[in-house]
Design a protein around this ligand. Sequence first.
Ligand code: SF4
Length: 313
Amino acid sequence: MRRRAGGPTATTSGTDAPPLSADRVRRFRRRLLEWGAGHRRDLPWRRTRDPWRILVSEVMLQQTQVERVVPHYERFVATFASPAECAAARPAEVVRLWSGLGYNRRALNLHRAACSVVNDHAGDLPRGDEELRALAGVGPYTARAVRSLAFGEDVAAVDTNAVRVLARCVRGAPLGATAATRLGDRLVPAGLSWEFNQAMFDLGATVCTGTRPDCASCPLRHQCAWRRDGTVEADPWRSSPSARAQSAFAGSDRQGRGRLLDALRGGGVAALALAGACGWPEDRARAERIAAALVAEGFARWSGGADPVLRLR
Ligand code: SF4
């Protein structure tokens, strides 16, 4: 399962959080935490509270599936065990280690963030929301994830999966990211934000999935607003801003750019093969525009004469 870069888009879109009774909050927490304790996925970044490692994992999880992230994460933190080690490397080394994950800009941002941590925070990740968000590539969601998962603050880290659970289960109607975050903050139990957020990630990724929620196995099925209310037919998640943004990714320039970068990592791509590598065999002009942007940004260069080949720099 992927998370959107920087977490869900921050917008209320008129979809505010509903009032919640203390009893409902209690029941939600109890069922979620009990389920989470028995179904937690064993992931390497869950075996640490090191803020740098948490940040690395969160940046990698933006737009990339968990299964793909695991080996990259282990290799990355073995090489750059601290912000200082990352900051001391050349950006190209960081990008090279990122190979296979896509969206190389994330690697460059992580390197810039590491440099800021060394230069402005004596090598330790800051704890404050504002300071975290001042780091390159760290948005509202990622800052909250670090505050909860590394520093144990009582804040909700509401990624796309969590928005989906909250929209369906708690609101029973579309929910914007800002309202979902406020709602999450009301549900987080004091002192247990790590457990709460991990359970939300796991539930959204494995049970309350985007296309086929497994309601029969869901610990929240008896309190789910969408499932309990037979009058609500349309999936609230489908109309939520985060879901619309996610589906907008399919067929987007970003998707084609990611495909082209993946192809370039496997070797050069001939000019005539660009459109196929982007996944749009019929749209050569669009593929050429994506390639030109990669060249302009310094990620790729053309080589060869009559039959030019695009290669990573
Ligand atoms: S009952 Fe179904 S829709 Fe409701 S939270 Fe659980 S999996 Fe999601």
